[in-house]
Design a protein around this ligand. Structure first.
Ligand code: ZN
Length: 464
């Protein structure tokens, strides 16, 4: 048992601590699951040598898919679960993930959350929170929304691109209003379903359904118009809203206009849109880059990096939706049948560091803000998560900013067997990850036990 005479359980010595509003050299003291001392003379029974390393708050990836919308059947499906996915998170310096929870069949939102919370308790290596996804208001009673908030599930997600939204958008407006009343944040996938359906049908009718034409099936206009509509929904309902995986300069401009009018809006982007452009789809195995929305132009990539640096984009999250290559690159698949999603939990932080901090596009502080602190605030976890301070959970990434190695799928912990960034040279990798005081990744190996992760209950969104 720890007492004043014993000092701390664990000291992290000699590192440079980087948080969203500064950086400084200090030793850290950890007792149990919490940081108890920052700076000064730390006495402890065990030591971790962090000389030459940066000590960052563990990453918070608020957008992952580690559970299936339907029970596994004969069709290929996303290939990570809450065990393998959180293994990849730990290896990538990420200590908290926010999973998208889709009701199955006639499940209600509360039933779906109860099922996936139990899955996370059983399987997760790092901490997890679950976002209820409203897909069908005819079977998912909106009265669940207030009850979910009372249980600490403080978000509601929906898609404008499919499902019940296409036939009964007014039910989603009511969902947003109820979410706002309950103090929840609404997460919105902004693509217009009618425009996608029409563009896709035209391409197929013209014999142009090849993956090389994938961007034309989900054009920027469909994202821009849906984003404008989502912003208007937020204004009408007063619901604080969070645009997931924004991919284009035009969509960002719609958010900017909404913010100028006073709407409470936050923006997430995704690694794919920061590192790759639409020309990739012309490659022979271009299907391996497919997400929703598609990759965009070089001008969009530049706009997103500018937005990350200037504060218009608040978070970077993976939207980790992993496939095996043989299920992703399938002869004969076209723009209508291609399976969306890529694995990114192992690679998001190193790639963002290398391409963002390493090139001078964003500062170290901004890096920490967009990969941890902002998500902690928006998703009701701050200051327990998202910073390094006495009383916070001891969630840390020990970061070697000089470690250079290329991305190789074979080195990654995800069950996905390829990376869209295969061979990409990356400088800056985590060498150890600590989750609530326990080393869960070190020396290239994940050591955290299955089921040690906690399901998090959350508070209200804090302004950034
Ligand atoms: Zn997603």
């Amino acid at each position: 048992m720890a007492n004043a005479g014993d000092g701390c359980d664990l000291a992290v010595r000699g590192g440079t601590i980087v948080i969203a509003d500064g950086e400084f050299m200090a030793d850290l003291g950890i007792t149990g699951e919490r940081i108890v001392q920052v700076g000064g003379e730390v006495r402890a029974r065990r030591e971790l040598d962090a000389r030459g390393l940066l000590v960052l708050p563990g990453g918070i990836d608020a957008h992952v898919h580690l559970t299936l919308p339907q029970p596994p059947g004969d069709e290929p499906a996303w290939c990570d679960d809450l065990h393998s996915g959180t293994r990849a998170a730990a290896a990538g310096g990420i200590t908290t993930v926010g999973n998208m929870t889709f009701p199955r069949g006639a499940e209600t939102l509360r039933e779906a959350i109860a099922r996936e919370d139990a899955d996370a308790e059983r399987d997760a290596i790092v901490d997890v929170f679950c976002h209820p996804v409203l897909t069908d208001p005819t079977t998912q009673p909106l009265t669940d929304i207030a009850a979910l908030a009372a249980d600490g599930h403080m978000t509601l997600k929906f898609f404008m691109s499919f499902g019940g939204f296409l036939t009964q958008p007014e039910a989603y407006l009511e969902g947003m209003r109820l979410a706002a009343d309950a103090g929840m944040l609404t997460l919105i996938h902004c693509e217009d379903g009618a425009m996608i359906a029409h563009a896709t049908e035209r391409l197929l009718a013209e014999g142009r359904g090849q993956i090389a034409n994938y961007p034309r099936s989900r054009p920027i206009a469909s994202e821009v118009s849906a984003t404008a509509r989502a912003v208007a929904f937020a204004e009408l309902t007063g619901a604080p809203s969070y645009v997931v995986h924004l991919s284009s300069a035009g969509a960002l401009a719609e958010v900017r206009r909404g913010r100028e009018r006073g709407a409470k809006l936050w923006v997430e982007t995704r690694p794919l849109y920061l590192h790759l452009t639409e020309e990739r789809f012309a490659e022979p195995d271009g299907a391996k880059y497919v997400g929703q929305p598609p990759l965009r132009t070089a001008a969009d990539v530049e706009a997103l990096w500018r937005g990350l640096a200037n504060g218009e984009i608040d978070t970077v999250c993976t939207d980790h939706a992993p496939w095996r290559l043989a299920d992703k690159v399938v002869p004969g698949m076209d723009v209508a049948t291609i399976r969306p999603g890529v694995a990114d939990l192992d690679t998001m932080l190193p790639m963002l560091w290398s391409e963002g901090v390493g090139t001078g596009r964003i500062s170290r502080q901004r890096f920490v803000a967009v990969i941890s602190t902002n998500a902690a605030k928006l998703f009701g976890l701050f200051p327990r998560k998202g910073t390094i301070a006495p009383g916070a959970d001891a969630d840390l990434a020990l970061w070697d900013p000089t470690l250079s190695k290329p991305v190789h799928a074979a080195d990654l912990q995800t069950n996905s067997d390829y990376s869209p960034y295969e061979g990409w040279p990356v400088t800056g990798w985590p060498v150890a990850t600590i989750s609530r005081g326990e080393v869960v990744f070190a020396d290239g190996a994940v050591t955290g036990a299955r089921g040690r992760g906690q399901v998090l209950r959350r508070g209200a969104t804090r302004a950034l």
